[in-house]
Design a protein around this ligand. Structure first.
Ligand code: IVH
Length: 714
């Protein structure tokens, strides 16, 4: 493509302009938490830049905001030596230890000033970011390295680049103001925010994978993921706390260094303070501990650093840690206790979950007596036996977790190997473990536990939202044989609910005699409320109903995508695997589960009965695009933002077809980086070639409503 020079210059100027704007908005959004434009406005600037860069590939630079996510997955991670060792900190667990540390610091400091900077101890992984000279006098991110063993770490540059709070460039102006050379190093903590952690575990669970134990492990695993596209979706964050030049700390002192990092565009945790005494330290610690649960990310303590550089130098280092810093660790969020028994619970899908019955122990503010053990592999991995001593942890998400078996404790009652049951503990039916899966399942379709759990699930707030449908009510509905499927909920009436009972034990104050009496579980008012809630749930909508049906792997997001795409249960029921897999996030595993679900006569009957009960089964009609109807596409090379699978889905969702090889029947070849023989063939056959932005433009344009089907017309 040849182009006149002024056109190119104009594009280059606009590109620079867009990049500067996008960087400014990324900084406002991700570092300052103060967005100045809407997401849509941001996307539109980004799309314009993507389009211009696609038209002028020679103008693409690695520090452009479009280049956060690299094209190809990494082959592995290279090892890189640190400019100076990344040390750890000594710990203090109480005020006495803190006081002793302060005393020693003051002794060693002599006449030098002693003030401390208090920072939060973020529960993530420390990383080192190396910046080097960029054109125009600024700096650009060159390499990012994990801590590793402290001497040598792994090169995770591609993954760190996806973190939007990490600047890819630092301007010459900012460097000049800070008095910093173009080559410098920033160290900080990479963390996974709790919201991102919850979402990741939801997805893992839907995929039948064991959840990550805590955000720190999740962040570590994410940073070691080879595909930076996956890393980008996980939304890690990075807080900077050190600045180095040539392997030496920037000589301003800690407090001023943090300020400099802010001026360079890095995210620095705002919970920091310059302190003078142990009293001030304890106040800061108390405050941090009080706010711990509302921060949105995990912290496990407070870090205290001597502020002045000269004092730091005087204090120096012990073998593994600086004397000028200490980590105050919060009261244990973990505790040691004994496993009394392992109980196996049956879930609504028939999944058998082993749960540890613990000698009650106080952890992080509550008493814990149960903890999930996930599956047989988890127990085997821990090497856990009944009677073992274990360590339980309570993370930010409150669910207690068994993290390790304590080997060197005595076992007063001995230990017994746990054998996973060969029969369902609720109904005695056979249990099976499908190939490639970690879970055992009860095969009995009418296992009472499945029904109980399905009813509870159906009533959940995030599903059909029937608040009154709790444990006691469900238990009684089953005992009195009032329901044998969720559809039966809709035929309950006042008379039926009046039959639910509870046992009350009365103690005669004089004689101390106990008498058990059976009373109504629900009063007239509670019955009315429950019936109203059941009635209201009919309007919960298609997505929630899909979740409520309990189709395997269909969680909230997938249900929403399915509802949006298919619009009704009837349409979904008749869908083929191919049609299902056009939906975002639906792959062969989920499509199989959906087909399997609707192929069961009992489930067909359930849907029919829900329909008869007037439960809403349609979503608002989606405008369906047909703009690529009749066109065949061939994808080749690595596209800048879309994966091959995503591009294919989008083309198919717009009515187009994709093929594996180029022929005269091909309408377009979509080519990305390192496109090979398919591109050559396209040129040879004269098939038009599109870039990703051009494809996206085609997809975005001219969305026409779907034609009504015959059924809808009649
Ligand atoms: S300073 C030699 N500051 O805690 C200085 N570390 O126990 C060591 N950490 O390996 C790092 N928040 O992973 C520092 N504000 C903070 C921190 C922090 C979390 C982690 C870091 C380090 C460990 C030291």
């Amino acid at each position: 493509m040849s182009e006149d020079k002024p056109g190119r210059e104009k594009a280059a100027a606009r590109i620079e302009n867009l990049r500067a704007e996008l960087r400014r908005h990324e900084h406002l959004y991700y570092v300052m938490d103060a967005p100045a434009i809407s997401d849509a406005e941001y996307d539109s600037l980004m799309n314009e830049l993507k389009r211009l860069e696609a038209e002028h590939p020679e103008l693409v630079t690695s520090d452009s905001p479009t280049q956060r996510v690299g094209g190809k997955p990494a082959e592995g991670f290279g090892k890189v030596k640190h400019s100076r060792p990344m040390l750890s900190l000594d710990n203090a667990y109480n005020v006495e230890e803190l006081t002793a540390w302060d005393k020693r610091v003051r002794e060693l400091a002599g006449l030098l000033p002693v003030e401390y900077v208090a920072e939060l101890k973020l529960d993530g992984l420390s990383v080192a970011l190396h910046y080097g000279p960029a054109d125009g006098g600024g700096s650009t991110l060159l390499t990012a390295i994990t801590r590793g063993d402290g001497q040598t770490g792994e090169d995770v540059t591609g993954n760190i680049r996806t973190i939007k709070s990490v600047p890819l460039t630092v301007s010459a102006v900012a460097l000049k103001k800070a008095g910093l050379p173009q080559a410098f190093e920033v160290r900080g903590e990479a963390v996974m925010p709790l919201a991102a952690f919850a979402r990741m575990n939801e997805e893992r669970e839907a995929d039948g994978l064991a959840p990550a134990v805590n955000p720190r492990n999740a962040a570590a695993g994410t940073l070691r993921t080879l595909d930076s596209k996956i890393v980008a979706r996980r939304r890690l964050d990075l807080y900077a706390y050190f600045l180095l030049v040539d392997g030496e700390y920037w000589p301003q002192g800690q407090s001023a260094t943090l300020q400099t990092l802010v001026s360079l565009g890095f995210r620095v945790n705002r919970n920091r303070k310059l302190l003078k005494s142990v009293e001030e330290m304890t106040a800061f610690i108390e405050d941090a501990e009080a706010r711990r649960s509302s921060l949105g990310y995990e912290i496990d303590g407070v870090v205290l650093k001597v502020d002045a550089q000269a004092t730091q130098e005087r204090l120096g280092y012990t073998g593994r840690a600086p004397r000028w810093g200490i980590a105050y660790k919060f009261t244990a969020q973990s505790a040691v206790t004994m496993v009394r028994d392992i109980i196996v619970q049956v879930g609504r899908t028939g999944k058998l979950t082993p749960v540890a019955d613990l000698v009650p122990v106080f952890v992080g503010g509550t008493t814990v007596s149960r903890a999930t053990l996930h599956n047989a592999d988890f127990i085997a991995g821990l090497g856990l036996k009944i009677g073992d001593w274990i360590k339980v942890e309570r993370g930010g998400d409150v669910i207690p977790k068994v993290v390790e078996v304590i080997e060197d404790h005595e076992h007063p009652r001995g230990t017994t190997e746990f054998a996973f049951p060969a029969q369902c503990p609720e109904c005695g039916s056979e249990v099976v473990r499908a190939e490639g899966e970690v879970d055992w399942r009860c095969v009995n379709a009418s296992c009472p536990a499945k029904l109980r759990e399905s009813l509870l699930h159906f009533g959940r707030r995030s599903v059909m939202n029937i608040e009154g449908l709790g444990d006691a009510v469900v238990q009684q509905l089953l005992e009195k044989e009032l329901v044998s499927s969720v559809a039966d909920l809709y035929s309950l009436d006042e008379e039926a609910l009046g039959k639910l009972k509870k046992e009350v034990v009365r103690v005669d104050k004089k004689t101390n005699e106990k008498t058990a009496k059976s009373e109504a579980l629900l009063g007239p008012k509670a019955i009315r409320t429950l019936l109203d809630q059941i009635e209201n749930s009919k309007k919960a909508g298609l997505a929630r109903l899909l979740m409520g049906l309990g189709i395997r792997f269909v969680g909230e997001r997938t249900a929403e995508f399915l509802a949006e795409e298919f619009g009704s249960i009837q349409a979904l029921e008749g869908a083929s695997a191919q049609e299902l897999e056009r939906v975002e996030e639906v792959g062969p595993r989920i499509s199989q589960a959906i087909i399997e679900f609707f192929s069961q006569p009992a489930n067909k009957e359930l849907v029919k009965r829900l329909n008869e009960a007037c439960v809403e089964m349609e979503a608002e009609k989606k405008m369906r695009s047909t703009q690529l109807e009749g066109l065949t596409f061939v994808l080749t090379g690595t596209l800048p933002t879309l994966s091959r699978e995503e591009a294919k889905k989008r083309i198919e969702a717009a009515g187009g077809k994709t093929a594996g090889s180029v022929s005269k029947n091909t309408d377009f070849v979509v080519a990305g980086e390192e496109a090979g023989s398919k591109l050559d063939k396209a040129h040879k056959l004269g098939v038009p070639v599109l870039s990703e932005p051009e494809l996206l433009a085609k997809l975005g344009a001219d969305i026409t409503p779907r034609k009504p089907t015959e059924e809808e017309q009649s």
